[in-house]
Design a protein around this ligand. Structure first.
Ligand code: NDP
Length: 282
């Protein structure tokens, strides 16, 4: 019997890295696909990011994820960028094609895939809380998916206006920054409400968005980027008012599915990946 002990390598560069469960989700998918690929969760100091990328090239890695704090800095070490990664200005997935390293951003694509299971965003009016990296990825991908209007609501005006400006200049969507007063009331003509802030992320599970929950209407779809816990305070309020909801684990799982497709050309089973995360009881 012949053996192949040379495992095709993929992985993640981040700091900190210990709490990132992606390795469990991706390796569950590799097993289910019958691949002998590996995914290595690597802690890489910002000063060593260039060395890490050169190491991946030297060892013939098939691709890797970048997480905090490398999503912007890694661009200097790559050869090409996909369209949304260029507009977002950040990369979370690198695809190695021979010696060419291509930067993609799958955060927003994963979010749109999860959202599509509940509503087609084309032509819809969207309100996004947040203007950081996740909000940028989600907003750009929604604009490329054909939403008609995007309102960016952010605590800090500067970041909010900057994101609205990027969307207005570089996509077809009609985008504007909206200041965030106390007990913000969600405009009644909103179709999709998205939390892309870090509010509600473990361990701050009781932290809530400063909104008037009665402004959530049953015909709105409410989505949260927070994956831990999956059922956030916002999603519980929305469910209680009859809204359809999309949780952040859907975004996490689907960005993983898209990354695996870039690297291997194969479609992983999102249910297997979601179950691997659920088994961790995060
Ligand atoms: P950033 O640090 O880039 O941005 C944080 C955002 O949250 C900013 O808009 C910030 O506003 C806002 N914010 C923070 N605290 C508060 C608060 N108390 N009230 C109102 N707004 C607040 O982080 P990221 O964008 O990278 O990540 C945001 C979240 O998205 C994280 O929790 C992360 O876990 C999640 N995420 C989920 C993914 C998934 O696959 N499910 C993928 C990527 C991210 P301001 O500008 O005013 O500071």
């Amino acid at each position: 019997m012949t053996h192949d002990f040379l495992h095709p390598l993929t992985g993640s560069f981040a700091m900190p890295a210990a709490e990132n469960p992606t390795v469990v989700m991706i390796e569950a998918a590799y097993r289910q696909l019958g691949l002998n690929w590996r995914y290595l969760n690597c802690e890489v100091h910002p000063d060593r990011l260039g060395d890490a990328v050169r190491g991946a090239r030297a060892m013939g890695w098939r691709g890797f994820n970048c997480s905090i704090p490398h999503k912007v800095a890694v661009i200097d070490h790559l050869d090409e960028l996909g369209e949304s990664a260029r507009i977002i200005g950040a990369v979370n997935t690198v695809v190695c094609r021979g010696d060419t390293l291509i930067g993609e951003n799958t955060d927003g694509k994963g979010f749109v895939t999860a959202l599509n299971q509940v509503i087609d965003p084309a032509g819809k009016s969207v309100l996004i809380f947040g203007a950081g990296g996740a909000a940028r990825a989600v907003a750009v991908e929604l604009a490329l998916a054909g939403v008609s209007r995007i309102r960016i609501v952010n605590r800090g005006r500067e970041r909010g206006e900057a994101l609205a400006g990027i969307l207005q200049r570089q996509t077809q969507a009609d985008a504007a920054y909206v200041p965030w007063p106390e007990k913000f009331r969600i405009p009644a003509d909103t179709d999709i409400v998205i939390n892309a802030t870090s509010v509600g992320l473990y361990p701050n599970v009781d932290q809530t968005l400063d909104i008037d929950p009665d402004s959530l209407r049953a015909d709105m779809v409410v989505a949260d980027g927070i994956h831990n816990p999956p059922l956030t305070h916002l999603l519980r309020s929305a469910k209680a008012r009859g809204c359809r909801v999309v949780d952040g684990q859907g975004m996490l799982v689907n960005q993983g599915v898209i990354g695996i497709r870039y690297w291997t050309g194969l479609d992983a089973d999102p249910q297997v990946m979601r179950q691997a995360l659920l088994d961790l009881e995060l």
